[in-house]
Design a protein around this ligand. Structure first.
Ligand code: ZN
Length: 371
């Protein structure tokens, strides 16, 4: 399994490859552009290009190489997101009440990266609730202080960098990160991405060279939609290309946001149905079945999204109950939302989704199910 190829951005790829060959590539870059346009995918491509040892062994007289070779060990590891010197950080839920260690941060990211790899690199944007917490900044600084493990250089991709949170009492970590951006160790490249560069800390913005990523052309979007893995993931053929082109607006990642959102809503509806099933042997059996099925095929991120969607469904129920003057039910739904929030916090700990769902459904059934 490896990442799907990068589609589009040819002119930029040419510029980046040429700058690298000439030794002119800035060591701290910021890729900006609309959400879902593929900034992190492009950053991973650039990481692979920088680590590839073969691409620049070209004969004069042949066209200058733009692409990484795709076959050297560095390329193969990079394409599987397993290169020990290609580091990828992006927003995640806060890990613990206290301080998570760099190992905790890396282990958490490794789980999600494995999920994204399983999806062949066709991932949706991080949930809006996720952030780059201080523990993550510390992990980046700590990792960057080590020598590369396999290559002669190291590349850090830091997605959604505007979600780097400053935290009281963590000035030291923030300053260490800024120093890293300003003067990375020899052979280290940092590639930040952001769809809201205006929200970036000014201290970060002033230390990076910004490159703007344009939406894909309709031609590149067509090529993307014709990709086998893309079609399998979206579960549809090319018949309604034009609808999808309009939906994506040149940003392929947006297609998966919707696919992931639809999955989450389906899962949430199942959970709600089970919670509303009567307190009877049949109802209890339905809850047990739904709980047992949770998390089996669903990745942890997808489970959290399903719980978010369930919260949305409960909010809708409150509105409906108020309209129908069923105040008692509205109040119970509000309590259910509060309980659900407590369960959501527990998903970030090491509890299996099955056990958590069983307890959640039991709890919600007490509140919502008919006697
Ligand atoms: Zn290579």
């Amino acid at each position: 399994m490896s990442l799907r190829p990068l589609f589009g951005h040819e002119a930029l790829r040419r510029r980046l490859a040429a700058a690298h060959r000439a030794g002119r590539l800035p060591s701290s870059l910021l890729l900006t552009g609309p959400r879902g346009v593929g900034k992190q995918r492009l950053a991973l491509w650039l990481g692979q290009r920088l680590l590839c040892t073969e691409a620049d062994r070209w004969d004069a007289g042949v066209a200058e190489p733009i692409e990484p070779c795709g076959t050297c060990p560095h390329c193969r590891y990079a394409l599987r997101l397993q290169h020990p010197d290609l580091h990828w950080y992006f927003p995640r839920p806060r890990l613990k009440d206290g301080d998570a260690s760099a190992d905790d941060v890396r282990a958490d990211l490794a789980d999600v990266i494995a999920e994204r790899m399983e999806a062949q690199g066709l991932w949706a944007a991080s949930s809006g609730l996720d952030a780059l917490y201080v523990a993550t900044s510390r992990a980046i600084v700590q990792t960057a202080s080590k020598r590369p493990a396999m290559a002669s250089r190291a590349v850090f991709v830091i997605g959604d960098a505007e979600r780097m949170v400053s935290q009281e009492g963590a000035d030291q970590a923030a300053n260490a990160f800024l120093k890293l951006l300003e003067e990375p160790p020899e052979g280290t490249t940092l590639i930040l991405t952001s769809s809201e560069p205006g929200a970036l800390l000014p201290t970060i913005r002033s230390r990076v060279v910004t490159l703007r990523i344009a939406p894909l052309s309709p031609h590149d979007m067509h090529a993307f939609l014709r990709d086998e893995a893309v079609q399998a993931r979206l579960g549809r053929g090319t018949a309604d290309d034009s609808a999808m082109l309009a939906q994506a607006g040149g940003c392929p990642g947006r297609l998966f946001e919707d696919a992931a959102g639809a999955d989450a809503r389906d899962a949430a509806r199942q959970l709600l149905d089970a919670a509303l099933a009567p307190r009877s042997p049949d109802g209890d059996a339905q809850r047990a079945l739904v709980a047992a099925a949770t998390g089996v095929s669903k990745a942890r991120g997808a489970y959290a999204d399903a719980l978010d969607a369930l919260s949305g469904l409960l909010h809708e129920r409150i509105r409906d109950a108020i309209d129908a003057q069923l105040e008692r039910h509205a109040r119970r739904c509000a309590i259910a939302i509060a309980r659900l929030e407590a369960y959501k916090l527990r998903t970030q700990q090491n509890v299996t989704p099955q056990l958590l769902t069983a307890a959640l459904l039991d709890d919600l059934a007490d509140l919502l199910a008919r006697p």
